[in-house]
Design a protein around this ligand. Structure first.
Ligand code: CP
Length: 304
């Protein structure tokens, strides 16, 4: 498998890497017994809250026959609270573990940590920067649903300015042929210019739409996101943005019959639990796919 030492941003993934990783994830789903990593240790170091990413990384390593050491709430419970630098923490943890999954509150922290790390370092989300392993499981979910990515229209909805999942997914979707992106965001959460420039440079067709019903009518995949309260200083502006785009029973008729609705989760009011039973809502399958993809990623980093 095409070797990577660290994973800190989606731009690192080649088409060949993605193909091989997804084949390995399929194998993990069926039978992981041939891919075991006995004796290997994952350190999960999380400075920001997480349910899916931390627990699926830890479950992935346990299912591979390895073991896990973990610091959640690392801002308070690690020596960060005594003033230790991220680089020093990473150097020390690298002596205890074979791979580190890091979630941090600062954009670019994972790349900095990777430079200091003697063992593979995986970005599990760096502030409003990137979430490359979420993008992997998102792409894997889309590929499993449609068979291929080329030619799909993807509507990304919600907090596109601070949303690290949509940023990372844009970098991946930009590798495919004739993918169209429609961005649907409140005015204060529009997709940032660095991503729009990247898409332009790579010949990816994108547009902005203010009407979710119109976007839904064109989309094969609707990727909803939470407006992130923790990234806002002004609560009035947050409330206004958070109320803008929602999927509930009245939206179902506007979503195409073969489309899917994704969400990296956690969700708040942007998707009503009333629509969860609709077969087009795949966000819980998407979260479950994180386990297989993270197993495949850990295996590829430790035993390429
Ligand atoms: N999707 C995601 O990153 O979820 P968590 O914040 O729960 O890890």
């Amino acid at each position: 498998m095409a070797a990577l030492k660290h994973v800190y941003e989606s731009q690192q993934f080649t088409q060949e890497f993605l193909d091989q990783l997804f084949i390995l994830a399929d194998q993990m789903r069926i039978d992981a017994s041939k891919h075991q990593l006995p004796g290997k240790i994952l350190a999960s170091l999380f400075y920001e809250p997480s349910t899916r990413t931390r627990l699926s990384f830890e479950a992935a390593m346990l299912r591979l026959g390895g073991q896990v050491i973990s610091t959640e709430m690392a801002k308070e419970f690690s020596s960060h609270s005594k003033g230790e630098s991220l680089e020093d923490s990473i150097k020390v943890i690298g002596a205890y573990a074979d791979v580190i999954a890091l979630r941090h509150h600062e954009i670019g922290a994972a790349k900095r940590a990777a430079l200091a790390s003697s063992v593979p370092l995986i970005n599990a989300g760096d502030g409003a920067g990137q979430h490359p392993t979420q993008a992997l499981l998102d792409l894997y979910t889309i590929q499993r649903q449609f068979g291929e990515i080329d030619g799909l229209t993807v509507a990304m909805v919600g907090d596109l300015l601070y949303g690290r999942t949509t940023r990372s997914l844009c970098y991946l979707l930009g590798k495919f042929y004739k993918v169209k992106l429609i961005f649907v965001a409140p005015p204060i959460c529009r997709m940032a210019n660095d991503i729009l420039s990247f898409l332009g440079e790579h010949g990816v067709s994108w547009s902005e739409e203010t009407d979710l019903e119109k976007a839904a009518a064109q989309a094969d995949c609707i990727y909803m996101t939470r407006v992130q309260k923790e990234r806002f200083l002004d609560m009035e502006r947050y409330q206004e943005a958070a109320q803008k785009y929602k999927i509930g029973p009245s939206m179902l008729e506007h979503i195409r019959p073969n489309a899917i609705v994704m969400h990296p989760l956690p969700r708040l009011e942007e998707i009503s639990a009333e629509v969860d039973q609709d077969p087009r809502m795949v966000y819980f399958d998407q979260a479950a796919n994180g386990l297989w993809v993270r197993m495949a990623l850990i295996k590829s980093l430790l035993d390429p």
